[in-house]
Design a protein. Structure first.
Length: 436
């Protein structure tokens, strides 16, 4: 409410409670040290954040958006639906909700306004599309959840594929209904050749997505190793593409038009070596916000345990009754917390409390992790916080409160998918190698 960073709020509370409970401040230092020295899985977080910035700067994100529009532009609301599809594709490489919203929103919002869409709806679409950034693997918040709850991050990644895809499809349906009623969007012809060309043009993005999913699904990479491989791939592509563009461009007058088109499809814009420090610094700034918050949360969990908060909330949820009563009570709690907090503190505070209770009534830990994080992702477009709404407002220039009305159809679609995921555990377990 006062604009104080969440990290400082939690840190001051932890320090104050440490004094009240008679705990030494050495405990805080030891906990922070253990997180940063023993948390190998957390190394994937800054690497996937960097991946998102690299694919945006290199032009890969633009190629994925063009492919989505070529596939969906012939449907009423096709460009808006394409932006949702582009969000899903971008999320499959970056793992970040805010990066997804900012990148796709800045690229496609002006195009949507030119294409006859209401600017408020266009901005809300980018905000809603960003919610899948933490569900479709790789996912930064899945890494944090797996670290906190000692669950295999590879299994969490695989479990998020179907629910994340359903979120995209659900929002596309809501988008089509709204655009159909309002007559928004200029239609383009469905041309197989255009779809093919844009698909070829986006081949580097598809390769990066396939590389991550193949490595994690087959066990060739751990999530951290997959993040490192993807960063290396994006850096090589970005550095090679720019001089290659220049070389081929100099030859344009000597080549037939058909070859020019092939070059444009296969080679992305790229970036210079001197651009890497600024790209890395931007990613480091985001990591510098998230990493201390995760570290201080470990001490917060210790204090909450000493205060009996976990037992109190756990007893309340358990008292609701059986399997479904406990599950839906936990979902309501996550939804309410998501309205006022970002997904990271929601996960840090509630996951260690609710997950054991859900497991005690028979909810599979992986299934509950997906339920929990889908609910946390919905908080990105729920006021009064709604981080993605703020991000979309910032990159599009549309005031925050003007977005709220147009976020409602997407909110309804996401809640419907959330309930479906809760009622059908197979949506989380179907693709797991040992369960599918």
């Amino acid at each position: 409410m006062l604009g104080v960073p969440v990290f400082l709020v939690i840190a001051y509370w932890v320090i104050g409670c440490s004094f009240v409970l008679g705990m030494t401040l050495d405990n805080i230092g030891a906990a922070l040290s253990d997180v940063f020295t023993d948390g190998f899985a957390l190394l994937a977080m800054p690497l996937f954040i960097l991946t998102g910035d690299l694919i945006n700067r290199s032009g890969i994100a633009r190629r994925l958006s063009d492919f989505a529009y070529a596939c969906l532009g012939w449907i009423r609301g096709g460009l808006a639906m394409a932006s949702l599809g582009a969000c899903g594709l971008f999320a499959a490489i970056s793992g970040s909700n805010s990066a997804t919203t900012a990148t796709i929103g800045s690229m496609l919002h002006p195009e949507m306004v030119k294409g006859g869409y209401d600017e408020r709806f266009a901005a809300a679409t980018a905000a809603a599309g960003g919610t899948v950034g933490i569900i479709i693997p790789p996912s930064i918040i899945f890494i944090v959840y797996g670290f906190l709850m000692n669950l295999p991050i590879s299994d969490l990644f695989v479990a998020g594929i179907l629910p994340g895809s359903l979120m995209v499809l659900g929002m596309m349906l809501a988008c089509w209904i709204v655009c159909q009623r309002n007559g928004w969007g200029h239609l383009i012809r469905l041309e197989i050749l255009r779809v093919f060309k844009t698909a070829v043009g986006a081949w580097l993005g598809f390769f990066a997505i396939g590389l991550v999913l193949w490595g994690i699904y087959t066990g060739k990479f751990s999530p951290t190793e997959a993040a490192g491989v993807t960063v290396g791939f994006c850096i090589i592509v970005g550095l090679i593409s720019l001089p290659l563009h220049g070389f081929l461009g100099a030859k344009d007058k000597e080549r037939p038009i058909a070859e020019k088109h092939v070059t444009e499809m296969l080679v992305v814009e790229g970036f210079r070596l001197r651009d890497l420090p600024s790209i890395t610094m931007r990613s480091a700034q985001i990591t510098g916000i998230l990493a201390p918050l995760i570290a201080i949360s470990v001490v917060m969990q210790q204090i909450l345990s000493l205060l009996g908060a976990q037992q109190t909330i756990g007893s309340f949820v358990t008292s609701m009754g059986g399997y479904y009563a406990v599950l839906f009570t936990a979902m309501v709690i996550v939804f309410i917390f998501g309205m006022i907090l970002e997904s990271l503190p929601v996960t840090i505070i509630l996951a260690p409390i609710l997950a054991p209770v859900a497991q005690s009534v028979g909810v599979d830990p992986i299934h509950f992790a997906v339920i929990f994080l889908v609910g946390a992702s919905i908080g990105f477009i729920t006021p009064p916080y709604g981080l993605n709404l703020y991000v979309a407002s910032g990159v599009t220039g549309v005031p925050y409160f003007r977005l709220l009305r147009y976020a409602v159809p997407y909110l309804a679609a996401l809640i419907s998918v959330w309930i479906l995921v809760a009622l059908v555990p197979e949506l989380a377990s179907l693709l797991l190698p040992e369960r599918g």
